[in-house]
Design a protein around this ligand. Structure first.
Ligand code: NAP
Length: 237
């Protein structure tokens, strides 16, 4: 199947899952996964699945950042980052993707996203899942107190991320804001988006590190190519 067809069928699958989520009529546990996903990789997916089962979450909504407040420029188009998450999550019935931040015209702040998600999914208890390194900077985010009051936070760590330092910061934040941040060590693959981008820019293989549909999407759309190689590839198409 051509990648465009795959994106279209993933949109339909995602719409069905979102409808199911909208129809929930009793209290439920909703995981919200925030990140740039530049690109999404197998460690993200394994981490979120690990958290979903560990905390008995009923559903997990991935919300890729559109224009993140703290990053002045991300060269990968937000729609490509969104499409890659769409493709990567299609096969998991408990995962769906929201275009909430991607379609926003202004920068998205987590405090606003969480407030709106609580309004939309009023019966949910929200668990915000992201990397521990991101959560450790939360005091620099807009309205840290408001954010920490609005959800339980799951800060995931993986090999290579300073677990002890993150743990100290999290304990400090929990005390200071009476927050509920839980740090979870996820013993999954030691890969990062930065590593994937570097491999791709060097023309090296990322097979088995990202879902094959995402890999295909990256090649077909010439993402993460250095400009010279990109032009060479486009000339060949
Ligand atoms: P990021 O760059 O995507 O990720 C920061 C770190 O966490 C990276 O090491 C990343 O690894 C890891 N990570 C990302 N998503 C993850 C996930 N789902 N599970 C485990 N690890 C993950 O994240 P970010 O852009 O800093 O922001 C994360 C979230 O915080 C977003 O939702 C963002 O909107 C929010 N945020 C809000 C504000 C604000 O409201 N002012 C400010 C900063 C961040 P990889 O490189 O492998 O992805």
């Amino acid at each position: 199947m051509k990648n465009l067809d795959l994106v279209k069928s993933s949109i339909l699958i995602n719409d069905e899952k979102l409808e199911r989520l909208n129809d929930k009529n009793e209290k439920f546990k909703l995981g919200i996964v925030g990140g740039t996903f530049d690109p999404i990789h197998n460690a993200h997916l394994a981490m979120v699945e690990f958290v979903r089962t560990k905390f008995n979450l009923d559903f997990v909504l991935f919300i890729p950042s559109g224009t993140p407040p703290h990053k002045m420029s991300i060269s990968t188009d937000k729609h490509d980052r969104y499409n890659m998450v769409l493709l990567a999550t299609a096969s998991n019935e408990y995962f769906a993707v929201s275009d909430y931040e991607v379609k926003a015209e202004k920068r998205s702040y987590t405090v606003d996203t969480l407030k709106d998600m609580k309004k939309i999914y009023s019966l949910s208890d929200i668990y915000f899942i992201t990397g521990a390194d991101a959560i450790c900077t939360i005091e620099e985010w807009k309205d840290a107190r408001g954010i920490l009051e609005s959800a339980t936070f799951i800060a995931t760590t993986r090999p290579g991320i300073g677990l002890l330092r993150a743990q100290e910061t999290i304990e400090k934040l929990n005390k200071k804001y009476n927050a509920n941040i839980i740090s979870v060590y996820v013993p999954s693959l030691d890969i990062s988006s930065t590593y994937i981008r570097d491999q791709l820019l060097d023309g090296k293989s990322v097979k088995y590190l990202i879902p094959s549909c995402v890999e295909e999407y990256i090649y077909q759309n010439c993402i993460y190519k250095n400009e010279t190689k990109k032009h060479e590839q486009l000339r060949k198409l």
